[in-house]
Design a protein around this ligand. Structure first.
Ligand code: F6P
Length: 548
């Protein structure tokens, strides 16, 4: 069944939220804390060693209730149930959205057009596990009979960002194999990666759901050519495997049937790291840790599916984003893990969120009159403190921030971790607390009065800048799985309430089409005159400079 088609701006809750925004002068978080001793408890959810503290947000009890009303009036519960039941909620592509099946350990059937998808999911996971064990143990050999030392993931978008983010995040749990990622069609990315690799001991995992993506196929062919400088066509089966839904294209490339791992069109690329797309993760950290990550994801899937909306972390994260984007005028949101190993989390979530919810028409095909798809960005603390935090503290933009911190490090440098935690707590406190002109003046006491007056405005922090804290006990595979799934579902919540289709991505197609049309003009002698004047001119200039 299709998702309901409810314009959120026509709900009572939307009107109440607008009125609340217009009638409340400024929602001062510090005074909300003063007025309500219970605020921290009320706006903290702890679920199984996982804490979400959203008390430092510009919401009152009334606004929180209206946000929950908005979820109810748009019937979010119905949307959640339809996604988990395998309804074809990716309507524009006539597909179900079942990434949750990839990590389902409930033992229940999940039917899609009458077929239990869990049988294939289990079969693929088993094949991945056997393959991983063989590679890690050294039983799987390269074409000259040597064990594998290096794995190269060749893919882009969802076939790169997820695996790359997780492998980096779980580096503490990694085995002896070295992992590399090639994604960009820029030849430097390929050459710089392969230049120090030994073709005899390198395993290439070509990851492409469609097996038609220009970047991945071009990179894979370049790597194959490099490999064939020292090996024969018949050796490809020893050093190349693929993950795809497009088996005929994979075989055409020369990859052996036994070396293909399938996935399905009901898994979107940006939601696919728990499928065989995550093969390089499993090989890098081992089947046991991969399974733990899936278990973490599954626990959140169940939690998301069954928890009441007002206690549901993904729902709350999604609603807070809607409050800031649609009522308070925020255009972006920042993801700030205080964990170097999560340095790629923001890039990963950027694709997941912006490719899903960057849509301008609603589910009836009409242009929306409200903003959708907030711009997501971020970076790891404390490095980010020394780059863009100035703007967070004293800039003119309202940027809600999600901070993520593990209570315990994976390393043994306790002192470092104490300082890391001190910094993350201080940043949230500073964003909310700010620094008044009076305090600045006090701090400047002793300087000439005119100097104090001149400097004061520059040193004031207005404060009242919102942040949400996610605290986990430790960055384990299980907890990482939980973080990923919580954000996946946040994206679902937002797309659902914005009444858009979150699981297609037609917006990436036009550029791809035009690049195909320009390519012959770059490589051949055709005169560029089909384009606008600027593009024609740039092409001519490029051709006059081209020396390769
Ligand atoms: O950027 C468009 C996109 O289709 C993404 O959604 C996807 O993750 C990426 O390209 C890679 O696609 P594929 O896995 O089919 O190569």
């Amino acid at each position: 069944m299709a998702l309901k088609n409810i314009n959120p701006t026509k709900t009572q809750a939307w009107k109440k939220l607008s009125d609340a925004y217009n009638s409340t002068s400024t929602i001062e978080m510090k005074s909300l804390f003063r007025q309500d001793n219970n605020r921290k408890e009320k706006y903290t959810i702890t679920y199984n060693n996982f804490t979400l503290d959203f008390s430092k947000n510009r919401i009152t009890d009334e606004i929180f209730q209206y946000l929950i009303d908005l979820a109810n009036e748009t019937d979010l519960a119905d949307g959640i149930q339809k996604m988990f039941s395998g309804d074809k909620i990716n309507e524009t592509e006539n597909r179900a959205v079942l990434h949750t099946a990839l990590r389902s350990f409930s033992g229940k059937e999940i039917l899609l057009d009458g077929t239990n998808v869990m049988l294939e999911v289990k079969e693929t996971l088993e094949k991945m596990k056997n393959f991983t064990n063989d590679v890690v143990s050294g039983k799987f050999k390269g074409y000259t009979g040597k064990s594998i030392t290096d794995i190269v993931n060749i893919g882009i978008g969802g076939s790169d960002l997820g695996p790359r983010m997780v492998v980096d995040a779980l580096q503490y749990y990694k085995n002896h194999l070295k992992t590399h990622f090639i994604s960009n069609i820029d030849g430097d990315h390929v050459m710089e990666t392969i230049k120090n690799l030994d073709p005899e001991t390198t395993l290439f995992i070509i990851v492409s759901k469609t097996f038609t993506t220009q970047e991945t196929l071009t990179n894979a062919l370049t790597v194959k050519k490099w490999f064939l400088q020292s090996a024969k066509e018949s050796d490809i089966k020893h050093n190349f495997v693929a993950v795809s839904t497009n088996l005929s294209k994979v075989y055409e490339f020369g990859i052996d049937k036994d070396n293909v791992f399938t996935m399905w069109d009901w898994v979107g690329g940006r939601y696919s790291l728990s499928s065989a797309i995550g093969l390089s993760i499993m090989v890098a950290v081992g089947a046991k840790h991969f399974r733990e990550m899936l278990e973490g994801m599954h626990s959140v899937d169940e939690y998301f599916r069954t928890s009441p909306l007002e206690e549901n972390i993904s729902v709350i994260l999604g609603l807070l984003g809607i409050w800031y984007a649609n009522f308070m005028g925020a255009q972006t949101e920042a993801i700030l893990p205080y964990d170097q190993n999560l340095q790629y989390l923001a890039s990963y979530l950027q694709q997941a969120s912006m490719e899903s919810n960057g849509k301008m028409v609603d589910r009836s095909g009409k242009k929306v009159t409200y903003s959708t798809g907030s711009i997501l960005w971020g970076g790891a603390g404390t490095n980010s403190q020394h780059s863009f935090f100035q703007l967070l503290h004293q800039g003119t933009h309202l940027i809600p921030c999600d901070f993520i911190i593990a209570a315990n490090p994976t390393h043994h440098l306790g002192h470092h971790h104490d300082l890391l935690v001190a910094n993350v707590l201080a940043q949230c406190e500073a964003l909310m607390r700010g620094k008044s002109a009076d305090v600045v003046r006090e701090e400047l006491a002793g300087q000439p009065p005119e100097k104090i007056e001149q400097l004061t405005p520059f040193k004031v922090f207005t404060g009242n800048r919102p942040s949400t804290m996610i605290m986990i006990d430790k960055l384990t595979p299980y907890n990482l799985g939980r973080i990923i799934a919580l954000y996946e579902h946040k994206i679902f919540v937002q797309g659902y309430i914005w009444n858009i289709f979150s699981f297609d991505q037609f917006g990436v197609e036009l550029g791809k089409q035009l690049a195909k049309a320009i390519e012959p003009e770059i490589t051949g002698h055709e005169k560029p005159e089909k384009h606008d004047a600027s593009t024609n001119n740039l092409l001519l200039k490029f051709k006059s400079w081209k020396t390769y």
